[in-house]
Design a protein around this ligand. Structure first.
Ligand code: HEC
Length: 159
């Protein structure tokens, strides 16, 4: 075998060895996981405003409160079906996600949690702009809706 042929073979072997590494870095679940995290971040953003007002850390503003509640309501209307593909739990994806495999193995339990959350948000959207007391009365069930799903279906943060 000539030296060029050996070099060529070596180069091909090196490229082949690099392929599995690249596959780990960018997989088909990257975008769905990023999308659902973005959804959750937006929920936290609006809940932060509403919670801040309810706790008296931010001055109550009917327009801001109504806008935040409307935004949470709009987020409940996103089509999440492609954000949560089977096999995208942390049993398969490791640290890339905190979604527990129970989301799929106990289905439709998670859908029930989603429905309870949605009902609480619908109620919040009716109340948030009508005064601080109305906001305070409606925000509790929404927070419970977040926690009620996170507890069984979201992995605790690693320290
Ligand atoms: C029906 C279930 C469910 C409901 C309701 C829910 N979450 Fe989540 N949330 C999850 C799951 C599952 C994850 C983990 C997603 C992942 O890591 O892929 C998550 C992740 C998050 C994260 C971390 C996002 C990141 O960047 O890693 C935040 C913040 C969050 N949720 C906030 C909220 C807030 C605020 C609410 C309520 C207003 C809420 N969630 C309602 C299931 C839910």
């Amino acid at each position: 075998m000539g030296i060029m042929k050996i070099l060529k073979k070596l180069l091909i072997a090196m490229v082949m060895a690099a392929v599995p590494l690249a596959a780990v870095q960018a997989g088909p679940m990257d975008k769905p996981v990023a999308a659902r995290k973005a959804d959750m971040k937006l929920r936290a953003f609006y809940m932060g405003q509403l919670g801040g007002m309810a706790k008296g850390k931010i001055a109550y503003d009917a327009k801001v409160a109504q806008g935040a509640a409307n935004s949470l309501l709009a987020l409940t209307k996103l089509d999440g079906s492609k954000m949560w593909p089977m096999g995208s739990g942390n049993d398969k994806l490791g640290d890339m996600t905190r979604a527990k495999p129970e989301i799929w193995s106990t289905y439709p339990e998670v859908a029930g949690k989603g429905k309870a959350y949605k009902m609480a948000v619908e109620n919040l959207a009716k109340a948030a702009g009508s005064g601080l007391d109305a906001l305070k009365g409606a925000i509790g069930p929404v927070g419970k809706g977040c926690g009620g799903c996170h507890k069984p279906f979201r992995e605790k943060k690693k320290k």
